[in-house]
Each structure stands twice: as C-alpha cells, then as structure tokens.
Ligand binder design. Sequence first.
Ligand SMILES: Cc1cc2nc3c(=O)[nH]c(=O)nc-3n(C[C@H](O)[C@H](O)[C@H](O)COP(=O)(O)OP(=O)(O)OC[C@H]3O[C@@H](n4cnc5c(N)ncnc54)[C@H](O)[C@@H]3O)c2cc1C
Length: 571
Amino acid sequence: MSRRSSDVVEAKTLRWVCKRVYEAVQMDDQYDFDAVVIGAGFAGLYALYKLRDELNMRVRVYETGDGVGGTWYWNRYPGARCDSESYYYCYSFSPELAQEWEWSGRYPEQPEIERYLNHVADRFDLRPDIQLSTRVTAATFDDATNRWEISTDRGETVTARFLVTAVGCLSAPNVPDIAGLDRFEGEVYFTAKWPREGVDLTGKRVALIGTGSSGIQATPPIAAQAEQLTVFQRTPNFSLPARHGVFLAEHQASIKSNYDDIFAATRTSFAGFPFSPIDRATMSVSEEEREEILEELWAYGGFKFLWGGFSDLLIDPEANEIASEFIRSKIRETVEDADTAELLCPKGYPYGAKRPPIDTDYYDAFNRDNVTLVDISANPIEAITPTGLRTALVEYQFDAIVFATGFDAMTGSLLRIDMRGSDGVRLADKWQDGPRTLLGLQVAGFPNLFTITGPGSPSVLMNMPVAIEFHVDWIAACLEYMREHNWTRIEATEEAQDAWVEHVAEVGSHSLFVRANSWYVGANIPGKPRVVMPYAGGQPTYRERCNAVRDAGYEGFEFGADVRDEAVPAR
Ligand SMILES: Cc1cc2nc3c(=O)[nH]c(=O)nc-3n(C[C@H](O)[C@H](O)[C@H](O)COP(=O)(O)OP(=O)(O)OC[C@H]3O[C@@H](n4cnc5c(N)ncnc54)[C@H](O)[C@@H]3O)c2cc1C
C-alpha cells in the first residue's frame, strides 16, 4: 500500500472512530437517562425534583399534554375543583413553597390548581427536563443491559436505567361504546378532555351523561348557562355539600403558622387528611346526639362527614345505613319534586363504597325549570342519533352532549403503554385477571420499573398528594440504597408479590368497596376484571409495611448488578 493510500485509510478510520464517539456521546447525552418519568402531574413533577435535584440523576419526563398539571391540565370542565381542601391538597416537601403560595379558598377551581402546579414547575426549574406533547407508547426492558428502552409517539427511542410511571390513577378517560356517537351532528364534549379555549353552552339544549364526581360538579354551572339540561343518571351518588368559602387573611395566617402540624397529621391519618375518624362509634351516643353530630358535619361540609365524625361508618353496616339515610333525608329536603328526589336517593349500596363526591348546589340544580333528570338504569341509552339520543322509551333532541363518564381507573394509563418486562413478558398479559404488584410500587417480572400510586397501594382512597410524596420518597430512598451497593437491577419477587396481592384482596373483601359497582373495582369498564384495586387497609398500616420492607433491606425485592459489566472481561 502506498503511503498516500494508507493516509486515506487512516483518515477514514479516524473519521469512523470520531463518528462512533460522537454518536456515543450524543446517545449518552440525549438518549440515555438514569430515569425516565412518564407524566407531569403532581407525581411526575415531584419525582423529577427528587431524582434530579436530590439524587443528582439525569431524568427525562414525558407528558402527553402540552402543559404540566396532569389531572388539572385536562379536567377544565365548568365546576371542576378539588374536593380535598386546598391547604392539604398540595405538596408538603418544601416548607418555602407552602409558605409562599396563597390559596384563595377551601376548594380552588381547576385554573388555580393548574397555576399552582405551573408555579412548582417554574420555582424548581423543572421545565428543561420535561418533554411535553409526547406520549410514551412502548417500554421494553433489556435483560442484557438492565435498562428500559422507551418509545414515544414522536418516533423517539431512549434508554433509561429506571422507568418511573407517574401516569395517574384517573387519567385514561372512559369513552362509552354507544352506537351512533360518530353520527351526532351537534357538539360532543368529555369532561376529562375539556377544550382549553372553553365552551359556550348558552342557549343550547345539553345532555349530560354520567353522575360521578365530574358530572355532579358540572351540573350546576351548565344548568346556569344552557337553555335546557338533561342529566342522564344510571346510579345515584351520595354527594355532600362542599361549603366552599374564600380564605380571609387570618385563615391564611393560621394555616401557614400550623403547616408543620397539618402536614404531620396528613401523614399519620387513615386517608391522608389532617383528621382521622375520632374514636366514637355511631351507636355509642343517643339518637339526638347522633343527629346533632351529623347536622354539624353536614353544615361543615366536605370529607369530614366521612372521616371526622364516627369511627365505624366504613365498618358497621348499621352505622353506615344511619349516615346513608341522613344524606337521603337531605336530598329529599332539598329537591322539591318528590319523584326526582327519590331518583336521586342512592339505594342498594353503602355510603363511601363509591368515591363520595363533594358538590356545590348539585341537588338544588334539580329545582330549576330547565333541568330534567332521566333514569337510565331501567331504560339505558340505546343509541346516539344525528340530532340527539334515544332510550328504549324516548327520543331526545340535543345541541350538545357532555360525557362525564369517568376513567379506566388505576390500570388504564399503564395498560395503554405497550409495556414489556423481562423476557418480553407483557404487562397486559400479567394483569389479565387484575393488577398484581408488590406494595403498588413494583411488578414482578418488570425490573427497574416503579409505579407511583400503583394498584395495590392506598392511592385513590387517600388525599393523593400525601400518597404521591410517600411513594416518591420511598422510591428515592431505594435508589440511593442501590447506589450505595452498586446494584443496577431491582425486581419484586413473585413470592412477595403473591403474598401482597393476597393481602390486598383479603382486606378488600372485608371492606365495603365490594358492595358497589364502582371504578374502585373496575365495574365501570366492560370486561375489566372485578378486583378491589386500591389497598383498603389505610395509610398507617400501609406505611408501616413499606417502611418495614425498607428497613429490612428491601425484603421481597431482589437486587442485581449490571449483566453487561459482568460479561465484559476486564482488560
Ligand atoms: C376532576 C378530578 C378531581 C380530583 N380531585 C381530587 C381531590 O380533591 N383530592 C385528591 O386527593 N385527588 C383528587 N383527584 C385525583 C387526582 O388525579 C390526584 O389528586 C392527582 O392529581 C394525581 O396526580 P398524578 O400526577 O398521579 O396523576 P395525573 O394528575 O393524572 O397526571 C398523570 C399525567 O400522566 C400523563 N400520561 C399518562 N400516560 C402517559 C403516557 N403514556 N405518556 C405520556 N404522558 C402520560 C397524563 O397525560 C397526565 O397528565 C381528582 C381527579 C379528578 C379527575
């Protein structure tokens, strides 16, 4: 070979090497992360902060929406607001954040909570590591490298050591399969995907389908705007008055000076509220005293009726029936038309067995001349027509249909991702008879995957920011432990998972959640396995179990080192 041609070969080789190095650097810089987090709601934002700022990890968050906020980005329907009270429906991890943020009142509406979560994203400089308008479509675990390969709907593929799902328990909207929906000539809206620019229903004949929390919140404001509102109800709900009110300066000051105690109480109470059922059984007081206590709780409003009055509402059927009948009496007192009132009175399942809504003037709305209630339990909707909808008995004409039909709860968003674990096993196959997790935090066969507020944890039975912070902190502690021990792989064992799933089922079977057809048990989604998905044993027992597992060196989990490192002989 002449000197000249060997120069060319060397130059080519050099170029090839440079290209590979450049690609490797690129790959390392842009396409390989310590952790990928899916979702930018309460859970995803805190997970990013914790892993990036406290554990110094390289993190990428993917979010389908074009803004942060999760639930509070998507649910913009009229009347959307939280039903936990503002001052504890928030983060507690940063005392400075808690002190500087001003809540306007007891139950802020969606725009205010969305503003709060945007403030959090800015305050902690989270945005550079969040990629919006990007849906994760698939995730596959590679046993050879102990990494996840994650694909998005924008055609990207990245890898990450850990995959953390913050996809939300109530984020996969349920679109009912009603014949003719695509032929409706009017406007169609879903409460869970309400248009950002808002909707003007003035002068319109509106159908509202669904009377869960969203339908109940949306009814009064839509009734106030529409010419005619027809509410289609399959199952009536026990709704309690919120008693919303604005915070005065002295409220703000008193909350802020007590935040340490308030947050401490949310972490020890049964369901993440700053109050627990007091130690008083329903039958331990006289009938008059009982009535007085129930009246006080009704006047106070919100979840305190369930969590702050009697200790046995969720345990003793007789106690529950007293509370249920009290609520029915309030519905009958409020709704002027006796037949409508009776239709609105829930029967056949106990109070609390479905997620109890909190409302502002829901029952009063049925006293308006322009509001009608239609019972579809006996006469279901048969079809949407081009101009309205049809039940077996009546054909209705509408300009707009609003679906408040809830979510494929707890598992929907996880299963909408094509998730494949060790040896290519599909999550959808693993969960075909219902979700199986260890502590709602990991799934056997899916190493290095963490599921924030996953099924099998108290999640939706709690005030959720408290559940979310606990999970993120637990995951972060676990990752630190792995770092200390040079482990790169963690996986729940099948045995530990089986035992936890059995415990969750056992506790669930003794709870009153089995006595209603609710989304807690998947009953709102045709074909979904009927399983009590959240852990019903309460926060204290759950925390104790998670902490004991951690203190025992993550008992029930197996750790491993990087297979690739072992396979490459040392030079
Ligand atoms: C109307 C309404 C009111 C509520 N009120 C309360 C309340 O008062 N108190 C309470 O405790 N809880 C309430 N909840 C429950 C609420 O969901 C939680 O409190 C909390 O907001 C959950 O936060 P999250 O981050 O876990 O999930 P979310 O806020 O649901 O965020 C999950 C995010 O993940 C994104 N995502 C999902 N899949 C993918 C994917 N494949 N790729 C990319 N992004 C994805 C979604 O777009 C979403 O933005 C309410 C829920 C609703 C719907």
